[in-house]
Design a protein around this ligand. Structure first.
Ligand SMILES: Cc1cc2nc3c(=O)[nH]c(=O)nc-3n(C[C@H](O)[C@H](O)[C@H](O)COP(=O)(O)OP(=O)(O)OC[C@H]3O[C@@H](n4cnc5c(N)ncnc54)[C@H](O)[C@@H]3O)c2cc1C
Length: 520
């Protein structure tokens, strides 16, 4: 994972790539893994950092989606439950079983959700994580003592998966590279190049670090830019009708004491008919999400005041200690790449299935889906690319492909366990330079060694890459992340050979991004 080396390989290559992927989120990186592991020559370009878009801003659930069961989308639930099982098998260092409780305050809720969740268990079949169970009031409170007790009758416990989205993404990028792909962050695709018949045969991208533009040739170009895919479709055809109805989702992060155990809360129907989760994540409590249709797709979306109020109100219905604005440590916002279905304005009801569209120019766009189904989406996209670009037919191999970092059980437990087989190498760094083993802030267990590791092996280029995605400091505790930033800038400058002015600019840029993680 060396950016300079990858850029040089792209610039020096004379023959066309078989597949060029635009977008370094779950969809694009998944496609790079799939295509490279089938032996195709594949290049991936991301305009910002890997996961800068939606893929670092999810609820962090590897799930079939109880909500989609409510909507009657059985095939999506079954597919997602199977993918959940495959992801646990292939990335056990990152995915783990999490117990959820649907608390019941009305007499009908336990039998109703009890039956629904038994169906969920059945649909998982051999990929099941464990059986659901109806719990008494005492059993429910024993697992979640901070639940509001007023009128509580009991609950239904079920299992789903949890992960760290940005870390899985970086491990997938490493897997793609190990399989032979070339991946480049800070490379924005600005143009599609076409032959005399108007057929896409390559692209131009701008190296966002140097400002230089480069062109490459490819037999198939895949637009995997998620919620941003319509902008790329308009680069191809200015008259292209939008495919995506963007909708943003906000999460609030609170201290752990709001949900001190290992069990999450699932609210299947909020006052406005949505699903809401409160989940333990990296020693904090994550509560969300909203579903607000938006007109544009900014790369750094902004939470809206009414979304914060709605989450606080809903959380107060279920938690004995009502969270307030003052308890919010961080807010993060992501944009769903929901595929349009007619004129309706209720994005919560739009399909989470993915869609593949091939334009008359040959540009292949894949949009929609969810993190959980990224592998299946990638398989589908590459299958289409093979037929469409006339590539040699080779079968998908990702069902059993181990993802970088694969290790079970972890050799190094604790905060580094999430690095899987990379954890001993980070420990080695600490052994060589013990000062790198100290946490960079009293509020978070993140060490300097992780930052150095991220620069050397995970292509972190900026303070934001290190604090938002290689570690999750900005997502967990905004002010702690801001306080860590100068130390992190120094470590990055040392590793990347940058000067004091670069550090100053980095800190200014990070402060600007961090402002979007504060409640309005
Ligand atoms: C609030 C919320 C919660 C969610 N929770 C879950 C969950 O718990 N579980 C689950 O399974 N799914 C969840 N999802 C869905 C899941 O996160 C998304 O489906 C998935 O991350 C989409 O990935 P993507 O790669 O398609 O898009 P993105 O991650 O947005 O990636 C697209 C990338 O394309 C890049 N790009 C754009 N234009 C260009 C260009 N010109 N050149 C180069 N690069 C470009 C962008 O910078 C971006 O990084 C959630 C979504 C939201 C919004």
């Amino acid at each position: 994972m060396n950016r300079d080396h990858f850029l040089q390989r792209i610039v020096e290559r004379r023959e066309p790539w078989e597949i060029a992927v635009i977008g370094g989120g779950a969809t694009g990186v998944g496609i790079a893994v799939d295509a490279a592991s089938r032996g195709y020559r594949v290049v991936l370009l991301e305009q910002s950092d890997f996961g800068k878009g939606t893929s670092s801003r999810s609820t962090k659930l590897v799930h079939g989606g109880v909500r989609y069961l409510q909507q009657g989308n059985i095939s999506l639930v079954m597919e997602a439950l199977k993918e959940r099982g495959l992801l646990l098998q292939n990335a056990p260092h990152l995915v783990h079983d999490l117990q959820f409780i649907v608390p019941s305050y009305a007499w009908w809720e336990a039998p109703f959700y009890g039956i629904g969740l038994k169906v969920y268990d059945l649909l998982a079949g051999r990929y099941g994580f464990g059986p659901s169970q109806v719990l008494s009031r005492e059993e429910t409170l024993a697992r979640i003592p901070t639940l509001s007790q007023d009128g509580l009758r009991g609950g239904v416990m079920y299992h789903d998966g949890q992960f760290d989205d940005a870390r899985l993404l970086i491990n997938l990028a490493q897997t793609a590279v190990e399989q032979g792909a070339v991946v480049l962050n800070y490379a924005r695709v600005t143009e599609l190049t076409k032959d005399a018949d108007g057929y896409v045969h390559g692209l131009t991208f701008r190296d966002e670090e140097s400002g230089a533009s480069h062109t490459l040739a490819a037999r198939c170009v895949i637009n995997a830019t998620g919620p941003f895919c319509d902008a790329m479709r308009r680069v191809d055809d200015p008259t292209a009708a939008p495919m995506v109805a963007p909708s943003q989702g906000v999460h609030l992060v609170f201290p752990r004491e709001f949900l001190p155990g290992d069990t999450a809360i699932m609210v299947p129907r909020t006052r406005d008919g949505r699903v809401m989760f409160a989940i333990p994540w990296h020693g904090h409590t994550l509560v969300g999400t909203t579903d607000t249709p938006i007109a544009d797709c900014p790369l750094e979306p902004t939470p809206l005041a009414h979304e914060i109020d709605f989450i606080l109100e809903t959380a107060s219905d279920y938690l004995a200690q009502r969270p307030t604005r003052a308890d919010i440590l961080s807010v993060f916002t992501g944009i769903r790449p929901l595929v349009k279905a007619g004129e309706g304005s209720n994005t919560a009801a739009l399909s989470r299935d993915h869609t593949i569209h091939i334009a008359p120019s040959g540009l292949l766009t894949i949009a929609g889906g969810k993190w959980t189904t990224y592998r299946h989406m990638a398989e589908d996209a590459v299958d289409h690319a093979i037929v469409h670009a006339g590539l040699e037919d080779r079968p998908c191999t990702t069902r059993g492909l181990r993802i970088h970092g694969f290790q079970h059980p972890p050799e190094i437990p604790g905060a580094l366990a999430i690095y899987g087989s990379d954890a001993p190498h980070i420990e080695e760094l600490i052994h060589e330079r013990p000062e790198l083993g100290k946490p960079l802030h009293t509020a978070l267990p993140i060490t300097g060694a992780e930052i150095v590791w991220a620069v050397r092996h995970e292509m972190a280029r900026t303070v934001e890459d290190a604090l938002a995605r290689r570690t999750r400091a900005l997502f967990l505790h905004r002010t702690a992340a801001l306080e860590m930033a100068p130390g992190v800038a120094r470590l990055l400058a040392e590793e990347l050979g940058r000067d004091a002015e670069w550090q100053r600019l980095q800190l200014a840029a990070f402060r600007k991004t961090a402002a979007h993680f504060a409640p309005p």
